[in-house]
Design a protein around this ligand. Sequence first.
Ligand SMILES: Nc1ncnc2c1ncn2[C@@H]1O[C@H](COP(=O)(O)OP(=O)(O)OP(=O)(O)O)[C@@H](O)[C@H]1O
Ligand SMILES: [Mg+2]
Ligand SMILES: [Zn+2]
Length: 463
Amino acid sequence: MARKAASRLKTRYVCAACGSVQLRWSGRCPECGEWNTLVEEVVEDRPSLSSAALPSTSKPQPLAEIRADALQRWPLPLGEFSRVLGGGIVPGSLVLIGGDPGIGKSTLLLQTAVLAAQHIGTALYVSGEESAQQIKMRAERLGFGSSDLLLLTETNLDAVIQVIESVQPRVCVVDSIQTMYVDALESSPGTVTQVRECAQRLQTVAKARNIAIFIVGHVTKEGTLAGPKVLEHIVDTVLQLEGDRFHAFRILRSLKNRFGATSEVGVFEMTGEGMREVTNPSEAFLAERVAHVPGSTVAVTMEGTRPLLVEVQALTSPTQAPLPRRTANGFDYNRLFLLLAVLSARLRFNLNARDVFVNIVGGLTIEEPAADLAAAVAIASAYLGKPVPPEVALIGEVGLSGEVRSVSQISQRLHEAAKLGFSRCVIPKTARKVESPPAGMRVLPVRSVGEALDMVLNGAPQQ
Ligand SMILES: Nc1ncnc2c1ncn2[C@@H]1O[C@H](COP(=O)(O)OP(=O)(O)OP(=O)(O)O)[C@@H](O)[C@H]1O
Ligand SMILES: [Mg+2]
Ligand SMILES: [Zn+2]
């Protein structure tokens, strides 16, 4: 009298990082190698639900007959957001927006939905996280109390899709994908299985009805999108809202975009009245700069296609600790070590007995090496107690022998610096000759960090 195996609940383990399915639990996912990502889920024997929902009218079409003229886009009067999307909202697209708790995802999407209701057509905001009253309160704070945006508080995705089918919005926001669930699946909301299924269904609806759907995705403590890498494969576009809690600036970054360039960023400021566009970010990031203080330099970086000036601050202070501290805020930690090694080995700065702090002002994180030179000079300036003249900006990557290496788009960077009133700019000597440097800008080409220091701090390091 064998017990029927089927009557027992079958479980399996799904990796939250890569979505792979394992029969038994282990501490490390055998597929992607991540630790502690396997989550127990109840097996669902039904065939894949989303494939059942696909329209059966699919017919192949000769490539030649497919019209590719201009992807339709709905312009959104929120320029910074439009720009990150690649120039407007694409009908039929599924866009994921991730970001830390409280960073402003709901605020940004509520604004977007209200603007969409005003300028594009029917818009629906679905919230599984907040009550209608809470959303109304936020809307009032943002000055949108009387919008005809449609609100729905619901977590059952089938119900959400029914509403979408009946009101036929052109733009829909789902906040958040982790709160949605499909009845047919037994696992709870937020599990990989649920998140994936919900996203897949929303993708199907978006494509079938030509609706633009934005979904909010939470980010885990480790900074990855909760639920799954698989989510990133399902959606058309992945945006990330960044910034630190202590600063008002928010950067919206595109990590994946099937309809436009990635690495495009939009800059916002979080205010009591919501996300305000920052149309001249360089100016905003330099607004609080104090001239003539040692340890402060200005770097010209590129964020997507846009040059951006940022202040780099450094501080060095004597320490008794056997291991001096190195702290980098918004600047790559490994690059900081490299710069310190260059300053010690090539320029004989004695940094072993000093703590070193480097900070990018405004809560921005800089990834490209073009800010190396500005950071190296800021550290030297702090160490020597000599300020860098306020009219100087710096561009260049620093190599291991202390050489200043070329970076892309020098000319664009110079123009942005000139626009903000900088009259001298240190650039790599190896950079292609700048055809027409901006009027009033003296370009100072250097070969090495040492040359740059001579030029802007005039004097060799004191021992
Ligand atoms: N009255 C207010 N005035 C100014 N700013 C406010 C006010 N209330 C909330 N905020 C800001 O809005 C932020 C919350 O924004 P929002 O709810 O859009 O974030 P979220 O990313 O959706 O967060 P969650 O992950 O919790 O859903 C708060 O961190 C706070 O900075
Ligand atoms: Mg929210
Ligand atoms: Zn995995």
